[in-house]
Design a protein around this ligand. Structure first.
Ligand code: ADP
Ligand code: MG
Length: 267
């Protein structure tokens, strides 16, 4: 199994859009996929047409209560499961404040779970708090979506510091598989310049043993496409809402590119 968190502490960069549509693309290619929504805003849950409900357990009950993942997981399409979130999750940060090992709850729950999937994807919230730390501790790979505008690099140093710390202390297997540019506009020179800046940024950082030593900048760029922005309000992935759109084409290509990357070696 490959386990991948889609992470960036910035909001609005394309994390949820990527987690949902990459997940569905992989499922359509015959892979068994489970998507865990770790964001209290529950955008991935809503994007997939699941109404967060108080009377049904969510990832909150897995992290804070004693629910098993199996009690929360829903099969949405054949071979595609979702562990939904809800607004209660916003309280998890505070409720877990005094709990020993609070960064490792998701990892432990996954270890207790024997549900066979090929790809486990985690959609992270826009912060570096306890929920994101749980994701970083539980997975082996990271995908960082970036928007190619002039603030793209802002905050990336802090994100990498956190990743490195988690890799050192909690999860030695953690690797950054790649950066994917979302909302890409090929017609602007700015986008090209930012992509070059990002390449230089990674090249200039200590490489050898870092979790991003094998990082790739995905060749697939997710173009800005209005269909991708519309799909969530219909509760559908891009493959159900507009299967012929450039957005669907790009996420299919990203899934294919991801399938070609070998999982990073675990050391
Ligand atoms: P994040 O999860 O990082 O906060 P989202 O995936 O929710 O970011 O994206 C932010 C907003 O931009 C959403 O309204 C989403 O529908 C829209 N969006 C994401 N990717 C694209 C794209 N390639 N083209 C157009 N709109 C996009
Ligand atoms: Mg999001």
């Amino acid at each position: 199994m490959r386990s991948i968190a889609v992470i960036n502490q910035k909001g609005g960069v394309g994390k949820t859009t990527t987690a949902v549509n990459l997940g569905v693309a992989l499922a359509q290619m015959g892979r068994r996929v489970c998507l865990i929504d770790m964001d209290p805003q529950a955008h991935a849950t809503l994007h997939l047409g699941i109404e967060p409900r108080n009377d049904r357990p969510s990832i909150y009950d897995v992290l804070v209560g004693d629910c098993a993942l199996a009690e929360v997981r829903q099969e949405l399409y054949p071979g595609f499961w979702v562990v939904p979130s809800d607004l209660d999750l916003a309280a998890a940060e505070v409720e877990l404040a005094g709990v020993v090992g609070r960064e490792m709850i998701l990892r432990d729950k996954l270890q207790e779970d024997n549900h066979p999937v090929d790809y486990l994807l985690v959609d992270c919230p826009p912060s570096l708090g306890v929920l994101t730390l749980n994701a970083l501790t539980a997975v082996q790979e990271l995908i960082i979506p970036l928007q190619p505008h002039f603030l793209a690099l802002h905050g990336l140093g802090k994100l990498l510091e956190t990743i490195e710390l988690v890799a050192r202390r909690l999860n030695p297997a953690l690797r950054v598989t790649g950066v994917v540019f979302c909302m890409y506009d090929a017609t602007t020179r700015l986008a090209q310049e930012v992509i070059q800046d990002v390449e230089e940024f990674f090249a200039s950082r200590p490489q050898k043993t870092s979790p991003w030593a094998q990082l790739r900048i995905f060749q697939t760029r997710i173009r800005r496409n209005i269909r991708l922005a519309e799909a969530p309000s219909f509760g559908q992935s891009i493959f159900h809402y507009a299967p012929q759109s450039p957005g669907a084409e790009d996420y299919r290509a990203l899934a294919e590119e991801l399938l070609r990357t070998t999982p990073s070696l675990i050391c």
